[in-house]
Design a protein around this ligand. Structure first.
Ligand code: FPP
Length: 247
């Protein structure tokens, strides 16, 4: 259910300063678990719970697109057991959450090279995408085996091929049409949890003018209240896009 302006105001927010596109690097699941003497898998599981609330709040507060980094190309270097846990969680996630996501009109899309994943993971993701493809609510992008440099190379090739076919020079628009995020607004706000302050090969092109928000909180502890803090900080930033006037 969408919040009214009054409800947003009660959180200290206003619809005019809600970012159109939020991207999140969900970091710190492992350290969250370690701090509790638990297995890393428990951290990832708690991470999924945190994500559920953030998707819901994004949807209710009028964020247009949310892109989350669930599995980077570099994550493939992790031990097979941990990769297995993450794959299992993905399958479980799409099975358990799909009804609610669909009811809330969320459109799910994976970004990255899905072909690397086992068949059952691919099937779960493709099924979720197909079932929600016509939804007109929050556009939820889940980055899976995603790396921004590879995405850029792919988009350059796409732009070159399109232009060659039409016997002309490739343009910015051709390149952007070749990105996984084609058709979405650029990222307004990037959030990274767990105290790390890096971009880590995430949406390098799309982040060009994004406001960056870093917090020490580990991802499983990134609650709705923490999200509101990030959105409040975003609302206070003066965005000039290289010009002189604020907003
Ligand atoms: C970073 O924590 C997190 C990840 C590599 C995976 C993020 C995955 C989830 C939140 C759950 C799976 C997602 C879905 C959509 C089902 P880390 O393991 O790097 O933590 P650390 O840096 O403390 O070790």
């Amino acid at each position: 259910m969408k919040y009214t302006e009054k409800e947003l105001n009660a959180f200290g927010l206003a619809s005019e300063s809600i970012p159109r596109h939020v991207a999140i690097i969900m970091d710190g699941n492992g350290r969250w678990a370690k701090a509790r003497g638990q297995m890393r898998s428990a951290g990832h599981r708690a991470g999924v719970d945190a994500l559920r609330d953030i998707i819901r709040f994004s949807s209710d507060s009028g964020v247009e697109a949310l892109t989350v980094y669930a599995f980077s190309t570099e994550n493939k270097k992790r031990p097979p057991e941990e990769i297995g846990v993450l794959c299992g969680l993905l399958i479980e996630y799409f099975k358990k959450e799909i009804d609610e996501l669909d009811e809330n009109r969320v459109r799910i899309k994976s970004i990255g090279d899905l072909s690397w994943f086992p068949e059952n993971v691919q099937a779960a993701v493709l099924n979720a995408e197909a079932r929600t493809a016509e939804n007109e609510g929050l556009k939820l992008n889940i980055a899976l085996n995603y790396g921004s440099q590879a995405e850029i190379v792919r988009a350059v090739k796409y732009a070159a091929a399109v232009a060659r076919k039409e016997n002309r020079e490739p343009e910015k628009e051709d390149f952007e049409a070749g990105l996984y995020t084609a058709g979405l607004p650029p990222v307004d706000l990037l959030i990274r949890t767990s105290g790390e302050e890096r971009i880590s090969n995430f949406l390098l092109y799309q982040l060009a003018y994004a406001e960056l928000y870093f917090t020490d909180v580990y991802w499983p502890d990134f609650t709705k209240e923490e999200y509101i803090k990030a959105l409040t900080a975003f609302a206070k930033r003066s965005r000039r896009f290289g010009g002189l006037t604020a907003k």
